[in-house]
Design a binder for this molecule. Structure first.
Ligand code: GDP
Length: 296
């Protein structure tokens, strides 16, 4: 299911409720069921959706609401708050510190925007006075190193990779070691997003994480993956411990509701959004505008 549909269903449910003259338990239940269906179809974890439903019912006690109160607004607010809660894992992700070396490993399927996001992340920090560096540990896709090199050169960020070496672990370890010696404080490791066998991809991620001991693993997902978000994020999280999520291509039609699934699957917060192809089209994630857009 595409995310436009998710937000469409939620908007429709709220709209139907808005049209009802009397908002009673039946109307509320219908509205919640519609939202539940939409979230489940978008592959948000069943337990979370269930929890959201229970919480909303607890908050919105129709009998207790004094006559004349704007029940619709209260229900809408409750839904809004619950969606915000679903995106809030309650624990912030590891935050690198300027001047202290951190290794950040990026994972995600090919086409998710991983390589682009590695450079955006490096560039974002470079502008704030950090000393980032990029390591291309994707030896599977021909052209991966060239792409990273091109991006890095444009942003004047040091990079490491090889056209000859086929062992991604070797390259990653060499790159991380080199940039540690050069006192880079943000060493970013870009990884492969595809393999002949899916199992091989996840095994490679596990080996890379074991060898480079990243302080943070970031899962990159395309905002339009929808249904696949939960299983994708879960699969990566099983081989490497994902600590944060970045959602790309959020400037398009897809509203990025799959982020709810990725957060649920990894129990990690969304930290940035990709908002375009350019290096500076990158924003710090802010939960409220994101949820507003999801409902809008
Ligand atoms: P990778 O295979 O995961 O490394 O993905 P790439 O970084 O090569 O990106 C795949 C495509 O998505 C490229 O054409 C990028 O320019 C594009 N892309 C990445 N992030 C964004 C984004 O936030 N918005 C848009 N519109 N395109 C993006």
């Amino acid at each position: 299911m595409v995310l436009g549909e998710l937000s469409g269903s939620i908007s429709r449910a709220l709209q139907q409720m808005s049209n009802a003259t009397i908002i009673d338990e039946k109307v509320l239940n219908e509205c919640l069921n519609e939202i539940t269906r939409a979230l489940l179809k978008a592959d948000v974890h069943f337990d979370l959706v269930k929890k959201m439903q229970i919480n909303i019912k607890k908050i919105v006690n129709l009998d207790d609401l004094a006559a004349g109160h704007n029940k619709r607004r209260i229900i809408q607010q409750a839904i809004f708050n619950e969606l915000c809660n679903m995106l809030d894992t309650g624990k912030p992700s590891f935050t690198p510190k300027k001047g202290k070396t951190s290794v950040i490993m990026f994972v995600g399927l090919q086409g998710s925007g991983k390589t682009t996001t590695c450079t955006k992340y490096a560039y974002y920090h470079q502008k704030k006075g950090w000393k980032p560096a990029l390591v291309c540990a994707d030896t599977f896709r021909a052209g991966a190193f060239d792409q990273l090199k091109q991006n890095a050169t444009k942003a004047k960020i040091p990079f490491y990779g090889s056209y000859m070496e086929s062992d991604p672990v070797k390259i990653a370890v060499e790159g991380v070691e080199r940039f540690k010696k050069e006192n880079c404080d943000l060493i970013i490791v870009d990884t492969s997003g595809r393999h002949q066998q899916e199992a091989a991809l996840f095994e490679e991620m596990r080996q890379l994480a074991e060898a480079t001991k990243p302080d943070l693993v970031i899962f990159v997902m395309d905002s339009s993956i929808g249904q696949a978000a939960f299983s994708q994020a879960q699969a990566f999280n099983r081989s490497v411990s994902v600590g944060a999520v970045i959602v790309t291509k959020t400037e398009g039609a897809a509203k990025g509701g799959g982020a709810l699934s990725a957060v649920a699957a990894t129990k990690s917060p969304v930290i940035f959004l990709g908002t375009g192809e350019h290096m500076d089209e990158f924003e710090v994630f802010d939960v409220k505008p994101f949820v507003s857009r999801l409902l809008g």
